[in-house]
Design a protein around this ligand. Structure first.
Ligand code: F6R
Length: 640
């Protein structure tokens, strides 16, 4: 979603703000902006020329950078934002930072008094807007954010920290905010609830007081500081030149022990593209490494692999012996990894498993069973719907929770009893790729651990499965070498408006994931079906204009799948088949085959998804879409 960066320093912070935005741009890219306090460097709010200045753009951060350089924007206090629009179209007047000029005034009539950036959604913004309008505040945007800027102004009585505390107490919904005021040039106040915000602690150098920072993600501060404080729900943080403090939800000042400074090696290298054209391409090709890292150090299956790391951390063996079913909650691509895991968990571990889209589960009446292991799957660990679904399950008495997550410091890890951290590394491309395959690796390990806990895993099976997993990086390299053939497919797909994806069993969720990848980055309408469902409706869509991608591993369902393929051919549909070498499916009229290097048994979904990622990537490339920043989307969906 949106990205926030803020800083208070004795020197110009604009380059740090802009660089931070560049690193956060994947979170939202509808518009961006930066605001500074021009009185900040000397600390004199009444100095000539002092005041608030901002630059905003509906283009990318690179354009904003050119704008601030043209304007010569330079100050020691500033806030910056990259936006994913929720309330109000992507337009300059809706871009953050938002200003409040006080009641009865708007831009141009009186200098700005408050500057604010926000990530999240304020649910009671209409009520607050009406209240503030009645007090004379003039609104210049359609955003929910602008109400917070005016609210801070209305509550300001010489102390920004107190004004922000009072303002956020009035908010319903999710927020991370950073604010400054014209009368306090060297102060930024931040607050968070429901949206992420970290504090970056700088080091005093050359006799100058230490600079301090706020950001949506520690990665935005890579190379600036690695000393990070993770703010908790309800925290309000006061950043001043050379000092900071944090107050918790109850208003009590927190000690360094309660909000410890952690050394975080945010991967500045991870945001470099290297030889690749796009992050998505880079991340697809990183998968052998990501899987190897995720499996590193695993000598055998043991419950300890899943021991907790957060506030409710517990030992996995206690939980595993206490549960008799699994409920998986996730969104999007992570949901599809859950759908794949259902086949493993039921087929191998004999564990009844239900998989639900988090945004559905959180609002429906369900029948809770305290003997359920609730598994959330999330790349970011901050997805609002998944977090809310987790909390909903906990509120129903299902306290046994586990997350498969790519971010060790995320809310998901903190709030679950157990965790498995995938080591995909930072994923920047909006279309998830390496996060998906590493989730599958983590879920397969979970399957084996639960099978073991239930006495269903022999030492021989364990050894065989582990051997197959360790071979995955090599097997993935061989699949990546198929890229030239997928480029050929992509040329044909780029001419189409629709596509169907078919799979059966374990590979039905892979077909779903392939269709999602294609639609989200190439904007081609794509749908996936279990191949057996074709004749129950979707077959009506099949003509020579409809490419039909079929995932065809050599498994027990192959002969059934071949019949489904005949149904497509008989209607003139053109098949694009990912076939294992030993399936004897060969290219011919209306039948295009890419042969997978080796048959991979139950782990085959991890391999079969990769050509579908490459197909989507090259189709998008051929169509000239913005691969890493597809329209209307954003990474880390921290709003509902
Ligand atoms: C699709 C994609 C999304 C995410 C979904 C969940 O390529 O990336 O569908 O999978 O928004 O995000 P996480 O995994 O961060 O909870």
């Amino acid at each position: 979603m949106c990205g926030i960066v803020a800083a208070v320093a004795a020197r110009n912070v604009v380059p740090v703000l802009v660089q931070g935005l560049q690193r956060l741009e994947y979170r939202g890219y509808d518009s961006c902006g930066v605001a500074v306090h021009l009185g900040a460097a000397g600390g004199d709010a009444s100095a000539p020329g002092a005041g608030l200045q901002r630059a905003r753009s509906t283009a990318r951060v690179a354009e904003l950078q050119a704008q601030v350089e043209r304007d010569g924007l330079s100050a020691g206090t500033g806030i910056a934002h990259t936006r994913w629009a929720t309330h109000g179209a992507p337009a300059v007047h809706n871009a953050h930072p938002h200003f409040s000029h006080g009641p009865g005034a708007q831009a141009g009539q009186r200098p700005a008094r408050v500057a604010l950036v926000h990530n999240g959604i304020i649910e009671n913004h209409e009520e607050l807007r009406a209240e503030l309008q009645a007090k004379g505040y003039v609104f210049e945007s359609q955003t929910d954010t602008e109400v917070i800027a005016h609210l801070v102004d209305a509550l300001y009585d010489g102390d920004l920290f107190q004004a922000v505390r009072a303002a956020v107490a009035r908010l319903h919904g999710a927020y991370a905010v950073a604010v400054f005021h014209k009368d306090e040039p060297q102060r930024v106040v931040g607050a968070r609830a429901g949206s992420p915000l970290v504090l970056g602690v700088g080091r005093a150098e050359g006799g100058e007081p230490a600079p301090h920072y706020l950001a949506s993600d520690a990665m935005a501060l890579a190379g600036v500081t690695d000393q990070i404080v993770y703010l908790a729900e309800g925290d309000v943080v006061d950043l001043q030149l050379g000092r900071y403090w944090v107050v918790g939800q109850d208003g009590a000042a927190l000690t360094a022990g309660q909000r410890p400074v952690k050394t975080v090696h945010a991967h500045s290298g991870a945001v470099e593209l290297g030889p690749y054209r796009h992050y998505m391409q880079k991340e697809i090709f990183e998968q052998p490494r990501a899987i190897a890292d995720t499996l590193e150090g695993i000598e055998g299956i043991a419950p300890e692999l899943f021991d907790g790391q957060g506030e409710h951390a517990t030992a996995a063996w206690r939980v595993f012996k206490d549960i008799d079913q699994v409920l998986i909650l996730a969104c999007g691509t992570s949901y599809y990894s859950g759908c794949t895991a259902k086949y493993w968990l039921e087929g191998i571990a004999g564990m009844p498993t239900q998989v639900e889209v988090a945004s559905e589960y959180r609002y429906r009446s369900s029948v809770p069973n305290p003997k359920t292991l609730v598994v959330t799957i999330s790349q970011s660990g901050e997805t609002a719907d998944t977090l809310a679904a987790l909390r909903h399950a906990q509120s129903l008495g299902m306290t046994h929770t586990l997350t498969i997550c790519n971010v060790a410091t995320s809310a998901m890890v903190r709030e679950c009893e157990l965790a498995y951290i995938t080591r995909a590394g930072v994923e920047i491309g909006v279309a998830s790729t390496k996060a998906f395959t590493t989730q599958l690796a983590g879920l397969f390990l979970l399957t084996l651990a639960l099978a073991q806990a239930k006495g269903r895993l022999s030492a021989e099976d364990e050894a065989q499965h582990l051997k197959a997993m360790r071979h995955l990086p090599v097997a993935l390299q061989a699949v990546l070498a198929l890229e030239p053939q997928l480029i050929q497919w992509a040329e044909a797909f780029a001419q189409k408006d629709n596509a169907l994806f078919l799979g059966r069993g374990l590979h039905y969720p892979i077909a779903l994931e392939g269709a999602l990848k294609l639609k989200e980055i190439s904007y081609i309408h794509a749908e996936a079906y279990p191949a057996g469902e074709l004749k129950h409706g979707p077959l009506a869509l099949v003509t020579s204009a409809m490419p039909v991608v079929t995932v065809a591993p050599n498994d027990a369902l192959l002969e059934k799948l071949k019949s489904n393929m005949q149904e497509v051919r008989a209607r003139g549909g053109v098949l694009y088949v990912l076939a294992d070498a030993d399936t004897h499916i060969a290219s011919g009229e209306g039948l295009n085959v890419v042969r997978m290097p080796e048959h991979y048994g139950v782990l085959s979904p991890i391999l079969h998804v990769v050509p579908l990622q490459l197909l989507a990537y090259h189709t998008a490339l051929a169509k000239g879409t913005d691969v890493d920043k597809p329209r209307n989307l954003a990474k880390s969906v921290t709003v509902e």
